[in-house]
Design a protein around this ligand. Structure first.
Ligand code: BG6
Length: 510
């Protein structure tokens, strides 16, 4: 008998009108991602009528100046282009609020503005606070929201907070931030954003695994030999990014959050239901089960870090990492990292998960590939071609979103010769329309109160426990571990290839 239909577990509640307050509203994220996402939601008729947006930041600006800057960027970056009529439908609902993040008076004025919106402009009393400022202000903003009473929802309304990355720089800072967040908002009203979870293909991972009967029986160490997750970027430290990045590095910037989130979706057990906690309970178990590389020897054996030297990317000469603007010329921060991760569970015992991520690689691409074991060679191994490689299920997260399955086929002809072929599914051809941007989905989910695609407190902390061991080994003053090099525009250092060769594997060519 099939399960009774639980509508509450498959469809979210209807998003209600609310006021979105964005802290750090003059920054890049607001202009390039958040407002274009709200614009595209409005275009698709998904944005609940009556949503108001307040940009909270330190610079002096009028509403008109703020709107003009947002409009200019929306014209450049909106995935669907810019339609004046749609923009005019949201622009009057965008306001600017000037204040220091530490100024209590600024929050008192904000509270008065929010009340006025509810009283005079049909606001519904619901509030979504989006903390997108520089991370050093996260604590102050949360504390000030609490002191102004803005963390408390009015009767029949809700108050939620979205916290942008970076969520701490290690376990201790993440725990501290979690304490401040949870003293201000309930965990159920806290949305720690990880935009990779909003990417269409990442969301499809669960559907692929659990809505198709053919994969799950094979999804374990009996049939799978290795899993690779690659996230390559063909950018360096443009736009002054070096200042932030040089304090962070690839491991903290990408692996702690985006890549471990993807890995947990690939490796998790089927959740008992699709509720936010049902899914997150299973994801956190994966992160907790990752073997810790907790001595310099283990880190040296399982993790490779590297920096790019000058080279050429997409036909353009680029400087080396240490020559980049705002990067310390003697920097020991990695622009590339490759890891072998072992998940000590019944399902994954002995299966290596390899992750590699880096800047200034040949192209922008994120892909997960699941490599199946080869069949016993009794039948075809005697052929001149042998059996050319095993089955590979490749999930392209971006760009060119899709899924392909590599199989072995007979080459047509009178003799028996084998060659790998590919079955390919592409989102763009199957569904005929581009996928929404991650921030569209995530903003709408937060407005609708669905936290499934946001990281829970324990997930973030468990991920930091894994990362901290590696960072500590790297930076032990007595004997810091080596930093490898790769020429910008190549696929990373030789040491990362060696990491896989030790296991008889090679990185998949993207
Ligand atoms: C951010 C990182 O979280 O993700 C950046 O801080 C990185 O360094 C970016 O470039 C990549 O995101 P996307 O969506 O372009 O793959």
């Amino acid at each position: 008998m099939s399960n009774p239909f639980r509508e509450d577990l498959v469809s979210r509640t209807r998003p209600e009108a609310c006021t979105v307050v964005i802290f750090g509203a003059t920054g890049d994220l607001t202009h390039r991602k958040l407002v274009p996402a709200l614009y595209n939601l409005a275009l698709d008729g998904e944005l609940p009528p009556g949503v108001k947006i307040i940009g909270f930041a330190r610079r002096e600006k009028t509403d008109a100046e703020f709107r003009a800057g947002l409009e200019e960027l929306n014209r450049k970056v909106s995935r669907t282009g810019h339609d004046d009529a749609v923009w005019s439908s949201i622009a009057p609902n965008i306001h600017y609020h000037q204040s220091e993040f530490t100024d209590a008076d600024g929050y008192a004025r904000l509270a008065a503005t929010l009340d006025a919106i509810d009283r005079d402009r049909g606001g519904k009393g619901n509030r979504l606070f989006y903390i997108a400022s520089a991370p050093e202000f996260f604590d102050d903003i949360l504390t000030q929201l609490k002191d102004a009473g803005l963390n408390e929802a009015k009767e029949g309304c809700w108050a939620r907070v979205i916290v942008e990355k970076p969520f701490g720089t290690d376990l201790a800072t993440a725990q501290r931030l979690n304490r401040v967040v949870n003293q201000t908002f309930k965990e159920k009203d806290t949305y720690r954003i990880d935009h990779y979870l909003g990417k269409e293909t990442a969301q499809n991972l669960m559907v692929l695994r659990f809505a198709n009967a053919i994969f799950e029986p094979l999804w374990n160490s009996r049939y799978i030999e290795q899993v690779q997750i690659t996230c390559s970027e063909n950018l360096g430290m443009e736009g002054g990014r070096g200042g932030y990045y040089d304090k962070s590095g690839a491991l903290r910037d990408m692996v702690q959050n985006h890549l471990l989130q993807l890995l947990s979706l690939v490796a998790m057990e089927p959740p008992t239901d699709l509720s936010a906690d049902g899914v997150r309970d299973e994801k956190v178990k994966v992160i907790r089960s990752m073997r810790k590389w907790d001595t310099p020897e283990k880190v040296a054996q399982n993790v490779v870090r590297a920096q790019y030297t000058k080279g050429s990317v997409s036909g353009k000469s680029v400087p080396g990492y240490r020559e980049e603007d705002r990067v310390d010329p003697e920097s020991m921060t990695e622009s590339y990292v490759a890891l072998r991760i072992m998940i000590d569970t019944w399902r994954w015992s002995g299966v290596p998960f390899y992750i590699r991520v880096g800047k200034q690689l040949p192209k922008k691409a994120t892909e997960i590939s699941v490599h199946f074991k080869s069949p016993p060679g009794v039948l075809f191994n005697a052929l001149p071609t042998g059996v050319p490689g095993g089955n590979v299920l490749a999930i392209r997260i971006q760009p060119d979103e899709g899924i392909s399955l590599r199989m072995v086929s007979k080459i047509p002809g009178t003799s028996l010769r084998l060659e790998p072929v590919k079955m390919d599914f592409q989102y763009s051809t199957s569904f005929g329309k581009p996928s929404p941007e991650a921030y569209e989905r995530l903003l709408l989910d937060a407005i609708a109160g669905d936290a499934t695609l946001f990281a829970r407190r324990d997930e973030v902390e468990e991920a930091w426990k894994f990362i901290d061991c590696i960072e500590q080994a790297w930076h032990q003053a007595a004997s810091p571990l080596p930093m490898a090099e790769y020429v910008a525009g190549t696929w990373g250092p030789k040491e990362a290839d060696d990491l896989l060769h030790e296991d008889g594997n090679t990185w998949r060519r993207l």
